[in-house]
Design a protein around this ligand. Structure first.
Ligand SMILES: Nc1ncnc2c1ncn2[C@@H]1O[C@H](COP(=O)(O)OP(=O)(O)O)[C@@H](O)[C@H]1O
Ligand SMILES: [Mg+2]
Length: 361
């Protein structure tokens, strides 16, 4: 039920409120005693966007300059050790690099996995949500090369093909699990249709819930665009036989110690996902429709990519500019490029639909 016309206000926690009131020029004259009184702010603005004030509460992710400098370092570094365990499936390895940093190395049984990982990372950049993904670069496995020479023995035991392209993802300490937030958990669990998360439906949510939802709305757009079924969608699928699945940790999603979400393992995106659209779109689409509130910047990127019809060419530009090994894996096929543009257009249309709904209230 849409509760039109009501404006939901979120109560600042007392401490923040006190800080705001103490800020010079912020407190109205003659209200010195009201310090500590609760201030309010709106979680949403203009019907379909998260408010600036709320977005400012989202914990920072991977800073783009730090990410770029780690990528340069990781490409130049030697792999000092390769260990099993810590990075997921048995074909992955935890690498220690000569600069002291660590990386998860992912080997694709099928080359489309590494391609999907690398292209998804660049699509995140194109959408302006790359700070939620750990920095990732490609590497060429050459047992006699400078980068891998020190771990030749480990390579022999890895069954990685000489000359394969693997991905290196910056290691992140102390990641924890994430369970899907209530809007998807409860609705999906009760077997009803997913109800859209909209600006008018945010009453009663705490600040930390809202801050998390801001990040989830980006995640759901991202996973729709890349057709990545290996996160929330695979859980929705598993509901058929596991009614509690939405209460379990979401795969390939973690929380950093500062509370920010970290989207890992995007290998199912774009290439693999587009190959399996017929199987997964009946889950991808309702999930997208369950979101009617967006980060304004993300919605703007989508609008621009729709208006200019240049999603694939922009993605290619970023991929070539920022990934030295881009040429090794190749890019999206013409058909995949059209699918990407079609999905951008679909998301844009969905955002317009949400806008129309919000203004008709
Ligand atoms: N960059 C990383 N930093 C820290 N831990 C990671 C990182 N990448 C993966 N892991 C750990 O490995 C697990 C599996 O990672 P994932 O990339 O999903 O591998 P898989 O190929 O097995 O699906 C994660 O749940 C996490 O615990
Ligand atoms: Mg995984």
């Amino acid at each position: 039920s849409l509760r039109g016309g009501r404006c939901y206000r979120y109560q600042w926690p007392r401490l923040l409120s006190a800080l705001c009131a103490a800020a010079p020029g912020r407190s109205p004259p003659g209200q010195g005693e009201s310090r500590g009184a609760q201030k309010t702010f709106r979680p949403a603005q203009r019907g379909i966007f998260w408010s600036r004030a709320l977005e400012q509460q989202v914990p920072p992710g991977f800073d783009s300059q730090q990410a770029a400098s780690w990528l340069e370092t990781a490409r130049a570094a030697r792999v000092a050790s390769l260990e099993r365990g810590g990075c997921g499936r048995s074909s992955n390895r935890l690498a220690r690099l000569s600069d002291g940093s660590r990386a998860c190395v992912r080997y694709g049984i099928n080359p489309e996995q590494i391609q999907g990982e690398a292209l998804s990372y660049r699509l995140a950049q194109l959408l302006g949500i790359q700070q939620r993904l750990p920095p990732m670069t490609l590497a060429l496995v050459e047992a006699r090369g400078r980068q891998w020479g020190q771990v030749r023995d480990e390579l022999r035991g890895s069954h990685w093909a000489e000359g394969a392209v693997v991905s290196l993802t910056q290691w992140v300490d102390n990641l924890t699990d994430v369970v899907a937030p209530a809007p998807w958990r409860s609705e999906a669990g009760s077997g009803r249709r997913l109800q859209p998360l909209a600006a008018g439906e945010l009453g009663g949510l705490t600040q930390s819930q809202l801050v998390e939802l801001v990040q989830w709305t980006d995640l759901i757009l991202f996973d729709y665009l890349t057709a990545n079924f290996d996160r929330l969608v695979s859980n929705l699928f598993s509901l058929q036989w596991d009614p509690r699945v939405m209460h379990r940790a979401t795969s390939n999603l973690h929380r950093a110690p500062n509370g920010g979400l970290v989207f890992i393992d995007n290998e199912a995106g774009l290439v693999h996902g587009y190959r399996l659209l017929s199987m997964w779109d009946k889950y991808n689409e309702p999930l997208l429709r369950s979101v009617c509130i967006f980060r304004e910047a993300t919605a703007q990127r989508v609008r621009d990519l729709h208006r200019l019809q240049n999603a694939a060419s922009e993605l290619l530009r970023l991929y070539r500019t920022h990934e030295p090994l881009s040429g090794r894996l190749g890019f999206l096929s013409e058909q995949q490029a059209q699918l990407l543009q079609g999905r951008i257009d679909f998301v844009h249309k969905h955002i317009l639909h949400c806008k129309a709904m919000a203004t008709s209230l």
